[in-house]
Design a protein around this ligand. Structure first.
Ligand SMILES: [Zn+2]
Length: 477
């Protein structure tokens, strides 16, 4: 039997704020266990939380990035459950009145663009971490992560393959990193997702029972987990079995999932409004102010580069991978409006030096757009020798001097003055009578020989167009 695959994703993203969601503890990955916590994030009696305004601003930014309506009122609720890494026995979250609702993310699929609806984006806090030490036979808890601000982005079940799910996740990740609300480091758990999967007979309107897989923290794990789950459910349905609604744990090393617990509903968590926190009132003006400062998102930027600047898709993809590079490229275009020329230089030279081996995910550009454009212009106008642009660029990268000064210091100027080159050309013609004979007999390749000789004599500094002209003049006398 053939089935339609129905997938919904819940993406959790840690917010890159200085401090935690409801207290002033440091929000930082790593650190000695239990050094970034206080009575508030530990939930000790009498401690009162205060909402982190930046976390709220980041939540709204995410909502705007994904075309959501921003609610004027949001309410924090307590999601009650016990687990050792959550000492309060409840997580502060939003349920009935989340900050952002009814958005969508556009993804590219094999059959064109597709909008994946977003039900809501809500702000909540992270739990701590259980560390199981099998050797000592104990489990320990590190509360450093407890209270770190998170957003949860809940999609509608609009995705219909593992590839679409990965593409959706990629869009979410790159947009969140672009707007500066998260670092997107999946390996550190900054971005992770739960995947809901169900199957229904092809064309049927009735959804099947779904299973949920928790805490997938790489694109590969998401794809593998979905493919595995689709196959598992199809096998059960093919044999007239029933899918149990449950939460499953994906084991990426074994490439299989196992049942964890029956699927819980929101009622099971006994949500109720957290009376320690005031409802959040968000004024329209505040949202407009945030919207005004939103950057163009990577997907829109790629389309702009391709459609308006006529750049190849490859260039557009490379240039938009990092906001720093994209912003830099845009600044250069304000000085030199030659998109392809600038793109070539940025891709071949700037990107090569901007990533160090030690910190490959940090991009640092140590040349101003003005200086870069000067080099491109000089190379393009034959002011510098053909191999000189790269040298000049590298010197400029490590120096505070301008390209115009460096070009002189390094002797990279091209010689274009005819009278200066004439003597060299005539000397070489006189010294090579055989080549002159060859030329007169019709061997046009002799020109290449003469050009090579002049380049050698001038150590590559002669303007090739000018010497070609002089050689031609001299040989045709
Ligand atoms: Zn704290």
């Amino acid at each position: 039997m053939k089935y339609d695959i129905v997938i919904g994703l819940e993406v959790h993203s840690e917010l890159k704020t200085q401090t935690k969601a409801f207290c002033s503890c440091k929000n930082e990955f790593g650190g000695q266990p239990n050094t970034h916590c206080c009575p508030i994030c530990l939930g000790l009696p009498g401690a009162l939380p205060t909402t982190n305004k930046t976390a709220l601003e980041y939540t709204i930014k995410a909502g705007l990035a994904f075309n959501c309506k921003i609610n004027n009122q949001a309410v924090f609720e307590r999601k009650n459950y016990f687990y050792p890494d959550l000492s309060k026995a409840y997580q502060i979250s939003q349920l009935e009145k989340p900050s952002c609702v009814n958005g969508y993310v556009t993804i590219d699929t094999l059959s064109g663009e597709k909008n994946i609806r977003i039900n809501n984006i809500h702000m909540e806090e992270d739990a701590g971490k259980n560390i199981h030490d099998d050797f000592a036979g104990v489990s320990l808890v590190d509360f450093n992560r407890c209270g770190v601000p998170l957003i949860e982005i809940v999609s509608e079940p609009d995705l219909s393959s593992a590839d679409e799910a990965v593409s959706y996740l990629e869009q979410i990740k790159e947009s969140l990193v672009y707007i500066g609300v998260t670092d997107g480091k999946m390996q550190e758990g900054s971005l992770r997702c739960d995947v809901n999967v169900s199957l229904k007979p092809e064309g049927s309107k009735i959804l099947g029972n779904r299973t949920e897989m928790k805490n997938l923290n790489s694109f590969k794990a998401v794809k593998r987990a979905i493919d595995y789950e689709v196959e598992r459910q199809a096998k059960i349905l093919d044999n007239d079995g029933r899918i149990t609604q449950e939460t499953r744990r994906w084991d990426d090393a074994k490439e299989e999932s196992t049942s964890m617990r029956g699927k819980e509903n929101s009622q099971d968590y006994r949500y109720f409004a957290d009376r320690d926190l005031m409802p959040i009132i968000v004024e329209d003006d505040y949202v407009l102010e945030i919207a005004k400062n939103m950057p163009m998102l990577p997907r829109a930027r790629r389309q702009y580069y391709i459609n308006k600047l006529s750049l190849p898709e490859y260039d557009a993809n490379v240039l938009t991978q990092d906001k720093i590079v994209s912003d830099y490229f845009d600044e250069c275009l304000k000085i030199l409006n030659e998109p392809k020329l600038v793109s070539n230089f940025v891709m071949s030279n700037v990107l090569r030096l901007s990533k160090s081996n030690l910190t490959p995910d940090i991009i640092e550009i140590r040349i101003t757009p003005e200086n870069l454009c000067d080099i491109i212009i000089m190379a393009n106008n034959n002011v510098i020798i053909s191999s000189g642009a790269k040298t000049l660029f590298e010197e400029c990268w490590n120096s505070s001097k301008t390209p115009k000064v460096l070009v002189k210091e390094l002797g990279l100027e091209q010689v274009s003055d005819e009278s200066e080159l004439l003597k060299t050309v005539t000397d070489i013609i006189e010294a090579n009578p055989q080549a002159v004979q060859d030329f007169k007999k019709g061997n046009k390749k002799a020109i290449t020989f003469f050009m090579g000789q002049v380049m050698k004599a001038t150590r590559g500094k002669a303007n090739p167009e000018v010497i070609k002209k002089i050689i031609n003049q001299q040989l045709n006398i």
